[in-house]
Design a protein around this ligand. Structure first.
Ligand code: BDP
Length: 595
């Protein structure tokens, strides 16, 4: 699944800006064929954006159900001879697309792109109508899961995850062209062996006529544009190496440029992408990048900002990278869903390591008290075979979208699923096997602090065990001495049960910026600093811990509830990206650590 680009063989047209938008409270739009006319009672809506941040009426802000987007687009006459594709970076959560009255495509993933060939449905040289029906309902079979109830003709969504259910076309919409025979996929994997950088390349052509043969040409260029390697070949896969390559790493995120040309009897297509040559492996219980031990320092994040919601924004992403760099971080997790690919592109350039997570969050009982029994969910009427099929499909889409990024160092199959249930093993096994079949990167699953290591059904299948720890906050609230004992005891149990590398994927506390307390008490900036200090001191004594990600990079919006005051306040930075006291402490710690 290639990111859309323009060059000498491809054109690109961005459709961001204002679209027409209508609510469809009674789901009558399809029956009334709204795609064949102007959608009724429409208002302006920004794309990309989250509708919830822009609407003032509380009924609209929390709307659950069908809604419609529409835009008139002029398509150039020159595109008559080309293949024309529509690409929507993310449409949360279900979408159905019509082009000029033609039902074209359906897509079910709130965080992964929709990409379809619309050549047969467009009218070049004229205005064309693109209509999208969006629906934001969740079920036990979606990622993330959720349940819908209805009162007074209004739908309500209940979820088990702790972030706001933003809705909308969250990422850019593009039309792009390709020649008739075009490069559909480029998949590459890099490794090192005795000073040589190896690149495995698999290429997929599309639109090849029977009896036609295709020819591939590749050129690898360094940063100055000098060709360092050239090949011509007819097969769809090839392996080659570079002697003494300049490796990609956080300290030196060096990127080569790979140009791929596809020639067939009647056309030529070109696709270029940046390539970072590096190796990643788990060896003797530790994480190695290019053969050197690596300790992950950084954050669990969210795509979240006021007014923007979950819409991707270059300015916000640049600011976040600047702050992460300032703090001395070298990595982050795309908690709890696939982020816009632009985040990964920036991480490639800035030298950040990414744990790439799928939207499997909240696979838990509906009423989980902070400490207590978990309801069963891996059962026929909840997380069932269809959920597993969808989970596997999205994992595959994620890997196909992200595998060429050197920044991505690990796949994360779920956050805080109810993995103590007996059926959780049978649920996750084929998903993890699929990930391994598609890619060689290490695989991780993240565990809730209520999970008893001895009963976990999934940790034996993964390479790295992710742990979310809140002792001293959700247990023994406010007492860091008891919290410390509980933390050590829990870590000891994980080590004993599996003897695998542990990644601390979350630790943190809600903190109100400007609240100061001596002695430190919960919600104060001092308590956040003390909590992180206590935790990191424990981590420093344990060899099995391969990294620490603080929860969270910044404060973020959640649904309304009695434990959240205007969202989750566990950020090291506020939602407006200003530092709390702990940010300075982390900076001192992380900048000092060389690894
Ligand atoms: C963890 C979840 C995360 C929450 C966090 C919290 O993984 O999504 O935001 O707790 O409670 O359990 O702050």
């Amino acid at each position: 699944m290639l990111y859309p680009i323009e060059n000498e063989t491809r054109e690109l047209k961005c459709l961001d800006g204002l679209w027409q938008f209508s609510f469809d409270h009674s789901s009558i739009g399809e029956k009334e064929e709204w795609y064949s006319k102007k959608i009724p009672k429409s208002i302006d809506m920004a794309v990309p954006s989250s509708i919830n941040e822009l609407l003032i009426d509380p009924e609209e802000e929390s709307y659950i159900g069908d809604m419609w987007y529409q835009k008139e687009v002029f398509i150039s006459k020159d595109w008559e001879l080309e293949q024309v594709h529509l690409r929507i970076g993310a449409a949360a959560y279900h979408s159905k697309v019509w082009i000029n009255n033609n039902d074209v495509f359906e897509h079910h993933s709130g965080f992964l792109p929709l990409d379809c060939n619309i050549s047969n449905f467009i009218k070049p040289g004229r205005w064309n109508t693109i209509t999208i029906k969006l629906n934001n309902e969740l079920s036990w079979q979606t990622l993330p899961p959720g349940t819908i109830s209805e009162t007074d003709n209004k739908k309500h969504l209940k979820t088990q995850h702790d972030f706001y259910h933003y809705t909308g076309l969250h990422r850019s919409v593009y039309l792009y062209t390709t020649p008739n025979t075009f490069i559909e996929e480029v998949s590459l994997n890099t490794d090192l062996d005795e000073g040589k950088g190896w690149i495995d390349l698999t290429l997929s052509p599309s639109g090849v006529k029977t009896a036609d043969s295709v020819k591939w040409e590749i050129q690898l260029k360094d940063k100055e544009g000098k060709v360092v390697l050239e090949r011509k070949f007819p097969e769809n896969s090839v392996q080659f190496h570079l002697d003494n390559p300049r490796l990609w790493s956080p300290a030196d995120p060096y990127l080569y440029e790979l140009e791929v040309w596809l020639s067939s009897s009647d056309s030529r297509d070109k696709y270029s992408l940046p390539v970072g040559i590096r190796s990643i492996e788990i060896k003797s219980g530790e994480l190695y990048l290019n053969g050197e031990k690596m300790y992950l320092k950084g954050f669990g994040k969210h795509e979240d900002m006021d007014i923007k919601g979950k819409a991707f924004d270059d300015a916000l992403a640049l600011k976040d990278f600047a702050l992460m760099k300032w703090s001395g971080a070298n990595s982050f997790r795309t908690s709890h869903y696939p982020y816009a690919e632009e985040w990964l592109q920036m991480a490639d350039r800035e030298g950040f390591l990414i744990i790439d997570e799928i939207g499997a969050v909240g696979m838990l009982g509906q009423s989980v008290p902070a400490i207590g029994e978990l309801d069963g969910v891996f059962q026929e009427d909840k997380i069932n075979d269809l959920s597993q099929k969808n989970h596997m499909k999205e994992m595959e889409m994620l890997i196909r979208r992200d595998r060429n990024h050197p920044s991505v160092v690990m796949w994360c199959v779920a956050n805080e699923a109810s993995t103590m249930e007996e059926k959780a093993g049978a649920y996750f096994e084929p998903i993890i096997n699929k990930v391994r079949e598609l890619d060689s990167r290490p695989v991780m699953n993240v565990n809730l602090m209520l999970i008893e290591p001895e009963k976990c059904q999934v940790s034996k299948m993964v390479d790295v065990i992710g742990l979310n720890a809140y002792f001293g906050w959700y247990s023994s609230a406010g007492d860091l001495n008891i919290g410390k004992k509980e933390l050590i005891e829990w870590l000891d149990r994980w080590k004993k049960a599996f003897d695998k590398p542990l990644m601390i994927t979350e630790f943190g506390v809600d903190t109100v910026q400007g609240l100061h307390k001596l002695p430190a008490t919960m919600f104060s900036e001092e308590f956040q600093a003390d909590f992180l200090k206590m935790y990191t001191e424990v981590f420093d004594t344990r060899r099995e811990i391969i990294g620490e990600h603080v929860w969270n990079f910044a404060d973020f919006m959640t649904g309304q509830g009695i434990v959240r005051v205007d969202g989750n306040k566990k950020g090291i930075f506020t939602r407006q990206r200003q530092p709390k006291m702990a940010a300075y402490k982390l900076k001192d710690r992380w900048r000092e650590r060389e690894d």
